[in-house]
Ligand binder design. Sequence first.
Ligand code: SF4
Ligand code: SF3
Length: 547
Amino acid sequence: MDHKMFCFQCQETAGCKGCTVSGVCGKKPEVAAMQDLLIYVTKGLSAITTALRIEGKDVSRDVNHQITMNLFTTITNANFDQEAIFHSIRKTLDTKNDLLMQLDNKSGLPEAAYWNGEEAEFDTKAALVGVLATEDEDIRSLRELITYGLKGLAAYMKHANALLQDDEEVDAFLQSALAKTLDDSLSLDDLIALTLETGKYGVSGMALLDKANTEAYGNPEITSVDLGVRQNPGILISGHDLRDLEMLLEQTAGTGVDVYTHSEMLPAHYYPAFKKYPHFAGNYGNAWWKQKEEFEAFNGPILMTTNCVVPPADSYKDRLWTTGATGFPGCGHIDGAYGETKDFSPIIEQAKHCASPTELETGTITGGFAHEQVFALAGPVVDAIKSGAIRKFVVMAGCDGRHKTREYYKEFAEKLPKDVVILTAGCAKYKYNKLDLGEICGIPRILDAGQCNDSYSLVLIALKLKEIFGLQDINDLPLCFNIAWYEQKAVIVLLALLYLGVKNIHLGPTLPAFLSPNVTSVLMDNFGIAGIGTVDEDLELFFGSEQ
Ligand code: SF4
Ligand code: SF3
């Protein structure tokens, strides 16, 4: 079948409008179609689980996990494997049929709850249920904004689940909100309220993940991370899943194979629990979008635990492995159910026959400024603010990406007034984390809290400062937000910030294509959301003309 696609969920969408022929990310139309259908049946399943809860019936943990896994699978740069997505649809239809039979009152269920097509019908159905199935552009915009936020939330829940932490209340909300995106009776105002409620649960999801990570691995602490390489062969681990890293470190211990982090796995070095592994070597390379050249040079196997996968070159495709929600056709995939120990031995065996990594750079970078570590530094930080040595903080969290316009963030960091400190989290930091921006009273001018989900740490830090300074409103702090976004995890971070009442967030390098003009106006009028201008204009806007 000839596939037409429409996807506009990420910042790099074609022409800032939508990918219609093939994804800029490399997603093919047939994969996009299966992702659309997977979202549709997952929404149908969520309508059933929501109705079951209303009848006072339990929804199992496995079903909650199936739903979050389905959403995670459709995040930008997670899964390019049509077969794998096809199986997830099949499995979801089976679960849906089982649960439908348990429901007494089926009135009011959407068509997606009933649809149970044969595999031969998947393509035809997919073409009818994509983003454009909602005709009104404002309703579509809000439905997608909510859905993308829920995808980000699902990803964070999945990471917490991997550490055996669950929150039924978050799953119940996530499913009811998914179901509501199919409900034609909801008005624009209802959907705006649901958007903010999604942000509220975004905070809960990030809090759960923070608890899961810190209970399992300790509180991040200031750490200097090596950027160079050693002599042994290595395995490069990328993505966000710390439990996968732990299993890999356990299984590589004593094998003569070193483990290096890549992109969003860098902050793993900040956790005390991972410091006990002498073969945990350092961080290799940069943000996700440079992986073609960097994975080539690494020489050993690469394990992608989550987004962002870039479709690999043939030269290293046999060294690229996926696990969890990720997948790429032709690459090895390591399975592992909830609570199971994954078997990474095929990757370790492959590594033993590979050359050691080619050195890309040398030196170190410093990070680990998550909430507890910054609270421990509260005295000097508060003194520096009171004395005027630190004039302002700028939150530059979020995502990196390949587009040239993102050079803005490097230049912005370089030109910042010398009394301004950057708070960061997520892979956005790779635009400036290797610059020497110096220190203020011993406090580095770039404070990296960790992964994108650790934006939660930045919020806790802001709330602590608010308390210390006795302020009523978070917006009265000497703090501004200049956030870079790319995929749907950044959407839930943004919604969480809006829910917490943060105003005047600047979002770049472009505003999301899925925000219609009217929805954009609502966000601008109520929250002061804005795009970015030139570096000089924005520096003046944030810090005044004297800078
Ligand atoms: Fe296009 Fe982004 Fe969708 Fe990929 S995820 S198809 S680049 S909008
Ligand atoms: Fe980066 Fe993909 Fe978003 Fe977790 S790894 S921040 S883009």
